[in-house]
Design a protein around this ligand. Structure first.
Ligand code: MN
Length: 282
């Protein structure tokens, strides 16, 4: 597919998954499954049945409907870091084998929880470098815990997961609700250019790098139990210099004016406005 061909990005409301269409190719993107998360709870005496089968059934339903040619797991497919839990040895390979029977091409973009994912991955499932992959030079996919590889900046749109974006609401009885959201933020390409030049090109002299990225989509986590820190309760520092994602720490992403959408597609407003409205309800 040529670079000028039309690329369509479509969140599949109410599912927290993204369909990216370019020509005849249809790429389904799913972020932050955290398979095996429920096992960590058993240490606290809380028993939640394994979610891997439920995830597969949900994904199979979506795949049947939208018929993607490729399925991309955008990082943190599994949860445990370090020593693998017994259930992950079972759940992850079984899950991936099952997914491989319903989609031709399955790709894993590793996240910070996926360090030892190779051992659990069937041979016909691709694992990319943690710097991510690009689709047709137009959409760059990376997890978000580290910088994408510099080549991804030629893409106008970047898509990441990792921060599990959510918003809190309070009702008049002070009950607190946390809801996952989609984030669509503008990137300042000039800011990114100079950041990249200082941080990356300084080490790779003589290379020229195209920086065209102008928007960032942050995907909600697929695993509904994994809700991050609410964006409307995060401090200025947590959204910037102390953010858990380096691209946010660069301050080239305009989080304050980012657009927030609930999973059902309802537009909440820009983060700055949402923060004001939800704190008034307190
Ligand atoms: Mn992560």
């Amino acid at each position: 597919m040529g670079r000028d061909a039309k690329v369509l990005l479509k969140p599949l409301f109410p599912e927290p998954v993204l369909l990216i269409q370019g020509g005849d190719e249809r790429v389904l993107v799913i972020a932050d499954l955290h398979i095996g998360w429920e096992i960590t709870l058993s240490g606290y005496g809380i028993y939640v049945p394994s979610q891997a089968k439920r995830f597969f059934r949900r994904i199979a339903g979506i795949v049947k409907r939208v018929k993607p040619s490729t399925l991309v797991f955008l990082g943190d497919l599994k949860h445990t870091i370090g020593k693998l839990g017994k259930s992950e040895w079972m759940d992850v390979p079984e899950f991936l084998e099952a997914v491989k029977t319903i989609v031709d091409r399955v790709v894993i973009v590793p996240g910070n929880h996926d360090g030892d994912i190779e051992a659990l991955t069937p041979e016909d499932v691709e694992i990319t470098e943690s710097g991510g992959i690009d689709l047709w030079g137009e959409v760059g996919l990376f997890h978000g815990h580290s910088w994408p590889k510099p080549e991804l900046f030629k893409c106008r749109t970047l898509v990441m997961g990792h921060i599990h974006p959510a918003v809190t609401f309070r009702d008049r009885f002070s009950n607190r609700f946390l809801r996952r959201v989609w984030v669509k933020a503008a990137i300042d390409p000039r800011c990114l250019s100079s950041y990249v030049e200082k941080r990356i090109l300084a080490k790779r002299r003589g290379e020229d790098l195209e920086v065209r990225s102008e928007r960032l989509i942050i995907m909600p986590s697929f695993n509904g139990f994994m809700k991050g820190r609410a964006l409307n309760e995060a401090t200025y520092e947590e959204l910037g210099v102390k953010a858990i994602s380096p691209i946010l720490r660069s301050r080239c992403v305009d989080m304050e004016n980012s657009e927030l959408y609930l999973l059902d597609g309802v537009f909440l407003g820009m983060l700055g406005e949402v923060r004001e409205v939800t704190s008034i309800l307190l």
